[in-house]
Ligand binder design. Structure first.
Ligand code: ADP
Ligand code: GN1
Ligand code: MG
Length: 376
C-alpha cells in the first residue's frame, strides 16, 4: 500500500475500522482541495479482482467541535435526500453522498488519538471543478444548489445541530475580525494595513442580513452554507451537475448565503487565491447565469424580498469570507489550510477586490436580478 504524505499517523486504525479486510487496501493518498478536512482517496481490491474506491476523511474537530452531532446531521440529511431522489426516479448512489458504516455498524470512527473519521463511497465517473470553465457549468451548479434547497424544504429543521454557531452571522464574524486585528502578529498586520482598513470601513454593512432575518423579512431555510464550486460533483459523461457534497455545514440559513457564496467563488474571473489582482473581477455574465439557474432550481420558492436581496447576499458572503481569511492570516493561519506564505492574505485580497468591483457594478447586478424578478 502507498501511504505517502499521510497527514496523521492513526490512519491505519481508521482504515481497519471501516474495511472488513484491511489487506484489500491497495492505496490511500491525500485527495482534493478542501480547506478544512483531511481527505484521502482509498482504493480497494474487491474479491473479484475489481476495484472499489472510497473517500476517507478525518473531520476537523478543531473547527467542528462535535463530530458525532455533525455526522448525525449528515446521515439524517443524506437519508432524507435518498428518499426524495428515489421518489423522483433518480439514482441515490450517485446523486447524494452516502455514509459507509464501520465494521461495527457505526457512522464514524474515533481513533486512539481522538481523531474522528468517516467514509463515503467515491462517486465514480464524476468530476470536481476548481474553477468555472464556462457559463453552462456555472448555470448547472446553480440549478443544483437551488434544487438542493428545494429538496430540503420539508426537512425537520429542529433536528439539525448547529455544527458551527453563527457560521454566516456577519456581525459576529466582524467582532471576531476586530479581535483578530487586536491580537494580530505585528509583522502580518503591517503587511495587511490596506486590507484591514477596507474591512473596517464597511462595518455598517455587516448587519444588513442579520437585521432582515431578525425582523422576519427574510425566511430561515435549510441551506448548504458552503456552496463553492468544488463542493459539487459533475457527471463526467454528461457534464451535468450530479451531487452536492461537503454537507458539514447544512444548517438553518438564508437562501442568500448559498447564492452569495457560489457567486464569490464562481463568478470571479480569477482563482480564490490569485495573487495578481488585475485578474480578479466579477463577471456579470456568470452572475446572470447563476441567478437564472438558482431561481430555476428554487422553482418559485424564493420570496420577492429574497430575490431583491441577491446582490447583497453576493456582496456580504464575499466580504465575510474576506474578513475570515484576513483574521486567519493575522492570527497565524490556524483555520484554513495554507500552501504558501501569505496564502490567506492573498485570499482576503481577492475577496476584497471582488467586493469593490461589486460596489462598482451594483446597479448592473440589481438590474440583472430585477429582470428575473419581473420576467416579461
Ligand atoms: P472539505 O470540507 O475539506 O472541503 P470536502 O468534503 O469538500 O472536504 O472534500 C474535498 C474534496 O474531495 C471535494 O472537493 C471533492 O473533490 C472530493 N470528494 C469528496 N467527497 C467525494 C465523493 N464522495 N466522491 C468523489 N469525490 C469526493
Ligand atoms: C471552507 O470546506 P471548504 O474548503 O469547502 C470553509 C468555507 C469557506 C471556504 C473558502 C467549514 O470551505 O466557509 O467559504 O473554505 N468551510 C468551513 O474557500 O469553514
Ligand atoms: Mg469542500
Amino acid at each position: 500500500m502507498h501511504t505517502e504524505n499521510l497527514a496523521c499517523s492513526k490512519i491505519d486504525e481508521a482504515v481497519a475500522a471501516f474495511l472488513a479486510d484491511s489487506s484489500s487496501l491497495t492505496e490511500c493518498l491525500p485527495y482534493g482541495n478542501g480547506h478544512i478536512n483531511d481527505t484521502f482517496l482509498m482504493r480497494c481490491q474487491t474479491p473479484e479482482n475489481g476495484e472499489r474506491r472510497y473517500i476517507l476523511q478525518r473531520m476537523n474537530h478543531d473547527i467542528f467541535k462535535n463530530p458525532p452531532q455533525l455526522m448525525e446531521n449528515v446521515v439524517h440529511v443524506t437519508q432524507y435526500l435518498r428518499q426524495i431522489i428515489l421518489s423522483q426516479g433518480g439514482d441515490p448512489d450517485r446523486e447524494t453522498l452516502n455514509v459507509v458504516k464501520t465494521a461495527d455498524g457505526a457512522d464514524w470512527y474515533q481513533d486512539s488519538a481522538e481523531n474522528y473519521w468517516r467514509v463515503f463511497p467515491f462517486i465514480e465517473r464524476s468530476m470536481c471543478l476548481e474553477k468555472v470553465e464556462g457559463e453552462k457549468d456555472f448555470y448547472d451548479s446553480a440549478v443544483a444548489f437551488g434544487n438542493f434547497q428545494k429538496m430540503l424544504a420539508g426537512f425537520p429543521v429542529e433536528t439539525l445541530h448547529e455544527t458551527i454557531p453563527n457560521f454566516h452571522n456577519t456581525v459576529s464574524r466582524f467582532q471576531d475580525f476586530k479581535k483578530a486585528v487586536q491580537d494580530a502578529d505585528p509583522e502580518r498586520a503591517a503587511l495587511a494595513q490596506r486590507e484591514i482598513a477596507f474591512a473596517l470601513d464597511r462595518e455598517q454593512d455587516t448587519s444588513v442580513l442579520t437585521d432582515l432575518l431578525a425582523e422576519g423579512t427574510l425566511p430561515l431555510r435549510v441551506t448548504h452554507n458552503d456552496t463553492k464550486l468544488n463542493n459539487i460533483l459533475f457527471d463526467a459523461d454528461t457534464r451535468k451537475a450530479l451531487c452536492i457534497i461537503d454537507l458539514d455545514t447544512v444548517m438553518p440559513g438564508l437562501s442568500l448565503y448559498d447564492f452569495g457564496d457560489s457567486i464569490r467563488f464562481g463568478a470571479s474571473t480569477g482563482a480564490e487565491d490569485e495573487p495578481d489582482l488585475d485578474k480578479v473581477s466579477v463577471d456579470l455574465s456568470l452572475f446572470e447565469a447563476f441567478t437564472r439557474g438558482y431561481l430555476e432550481g428554487c422553482a418559485g420558492s424564493l420570496t420577492a424580498k429574497e430575490i431583491e436581496m441577491l446582490p447583497m447576499g453576493a456582496k456580504m458572503m464575499t466580504y465575510e469570507c474576506g474578513i475570515r481569511f484576513l483574521a486567519d492570516f493575522l492570527t497565524g493561519d490556524h483555520y484554513f489550510k495554507v500552501h504558501r506564505a501569505n496564502h490567506n492574505l492573498d485570499r482576503a485580497r481577492t475577496q476584497f477586490k471582488l467586493v469593490a468591483d461589486m460596489e462598482k457594478k451594483w446597479k448592473e447586478m440589481q438590474a440583472i436580478v430585477a429582470r428575473y424578478q419581473n420576467p416579461l
